[in-house]
Design a binder for this molecule. Structure first.
Ligand code: M6R
Length: 357
């Protein structure tokens, strides 16, 4: 039930801090250490390459999961859009492990890949919100998201749950492989949950941004580098899905290779700047688009902020920024859709779970 909320999407955005806390609890053992089923840790640990398969928002979570897994476990990871994998199956490694990420566990494109890799005798782990779903039943292993039912078509809390569970999977597997990534993940996820609360309390600021930048525009660009790049892909998907504004996410460095030609006087460009290592370069990209007339909206992280930034998110561990920087993206999309009188929870032409290929 959406209770006093006008839309499920807003309620689900607000549930994110509680979901993160629930995930921490669900994946802790009696000693308070993060733990997952031994057979899963072993299966991931023994793989010589991991193939993440997903669609839409879950694919964006997978892109971030790749960074976690490679950094913490030293196992190479490929991330594939499920529909394309079916036609262009890459050359597989000798001991692959497949990870399917799917909120619903019913996505037909992902299932088609699961069926084909099972036929080849490979092992699969499904990360899903729905116990007993098709992808869960047909895989060898399941990790649950514990996000509670997600009703709005636009995925919000399932995305952050996916990213959080992937961080735990990577962390636990890293320890299993005796690789000590310098990281107290329980503590850091706790900091994330608190930061999420602060962001959920910033609705007025988000509404003001949506109003100022998106109430009349026909298009909007999102830019970011490093982990921020994956988050802007998600920000653009959220915006186009519910507000019908043509929105695209780009890697800051790619702009000059074509996209910058689209920048006109007044084009909104939302830039994420949460990564210290690329802070100067993303700000350089903002200058480039401003010089061509763009209207910039920089969302940065505390410690990296500059005077003209439109919004500053609280500081969290550099690897975990996607968990919180996505919340402004979700809320900006929400308020843009609201201003444009779109059906926020049930956008046109879309279904919550896509059960056709
Ligand atoms: O249930 P799944 O996670 O497999 O769904 C995948 C996509 O259809 C889904 O994430 C879609 O992109 C969302 N509506 C985006 O908000």
């Amino acid at each position: 039930e959406k209770g006093t909320y006008p839309h499920y999407m807003l309620k689900e955005v607000d549930e994110q801090p509680a979901v993160i806390r629930k995930i921490i609890q669900a994946y802790q053992n009696e000693e308070g250490k993060l733990a997952i089923d031994y057979s899963i840790t072993e299966a991931v640990s023994e793989a010589d390459r991991i193939y993440i398969i997903a669609c839409g928002t879950s694919y964006h979570a997978g892109l971030i999961g790749k960074q976690f897994i490679e950094k913490m476990t030293e196992i190479p990871v490929e991330v594939h859009v499920a529909s394309e994998f079916t036609y262009n199956m890459p050359l597989l490694s000798k001991k692959p492990l497949f990870i399917f990420i799917s909120q619903s566990g019913e996505t037909a494109d992902s299932r088609a890949v699961l069926v084909s890799i099972k036929a080849l005798g490979h092992k699969a782990l499904t990360i899903t919100n729905v116990p007993g779903s098709t992808l869960s039943r047909e895989a060898d292993y399941t990790l649950l998201l514990h996000a509670g039912p997600e009703i709005a078509v636009a995925s919000t809390k399932a995305y952050t749950a996916q990213v959080a569970v992937l961080s735990i999977l990577a962390n636990v597997t890293g320890h299993f492989r005796n690789l000590e990534y310098d990281f107290d993940l329980v503590k850091e996820l706790g900091i994330v949950a608190t930061a999420m609360e602060a962001l959920c309390d910033s609705k007025e600021e988000m509404e003001a941004i949506a109003h100022e930048y998106l109430s009349v525009t026909r298009n909007c660009f999102f830019i970011g580098r490093s982990l921020d790049y994956y988050v802007v892909l998600e920000g653009a998907l959220k915006l186009k899905e519910i507000s019908y504004i043509q929105a695209e996410g780009f890697a800051g460095g790619e702009l000059k290779h074509g996209t910058i030609a689209l920048i006109e006087e007044g084009t909104p460009v939302i830039a994420l700047a949460t990564q210290a290592g690329v802070n100067l370069s993303i700000r350089g990209n903002v200058k480039e688009v401003v010089a061509r007339g763009a209207k910039p909206c920089i969302i940065s992280m505390k410690g990296l902020e500059e005077e003209d930034d439109r919004f500053v998110i609280p500081e969290v561990h550099e690897l975990l920024t996607p968990l919180i920087s996505v919340i402004p993206m979700q809320l900006i999309a929400y308020y843009a859709a609201l201003h444009r009188e779109c059906d926020v929870d049930k956008p046109r032409n879309l279904a919550k779970s896509v059960t056709v290929e």
